[in-house]
Design a binder for this molecule. Sequence first.
Ligand SMILES: [Zn+2]
Length: 179
Amino acid sequence: MSVIREIQIIIDNEPPTKGEFSIEVEQVEISSFGSDPDPNWTFIDTHGHFHAYTADMKLPTLDERAEWHEYFEPDEETGETGYTTLHLHCRICDEEIRPGRIDRGGYRRFAAGRTSWTVRVNGEGALRDKKSVRIIHSDQMHFGIGEVVEVFDDHGRRALVISGVSELAQRKAPARIGG
Ligand SMILES: [Zn+2]
């Protein structure tokens, strides 16, 4: 989560006031366990037939064959009655061939998911009020719609915590703000 304090915030069309802006981008894990075709794989089957990937990773000497495996009885949850596996066979002699693959191992990657944002600012409002929020950050402006989720007393002034209910858009800040 990143927090920027003392940033200019405009709520509805009130004069700009200094407040605190926090933004958090949820990290979504993308994990993969698998393998990629090995471009260097070549193979000669028991009948002397040569097999390899082409430059664009096709297997022109092999035929793909689907094999249906029927369950003894249909799956109770999904209702599926079986599953298919794919085999590759030499187009000449029908020997089953397993093209070389490179094990990528398991890896974890993260991608940006949902963004949540919040501002804390002095201002008037009641819980659940919807507010138009503009945040001015150097020459950029963020804007969106927030909802008041907390109202509290900040050294004698009313302060609000407003949580974004729309995405936070970004554009270049106009030369003059407010008004
Ligand atoms: Zn063969």
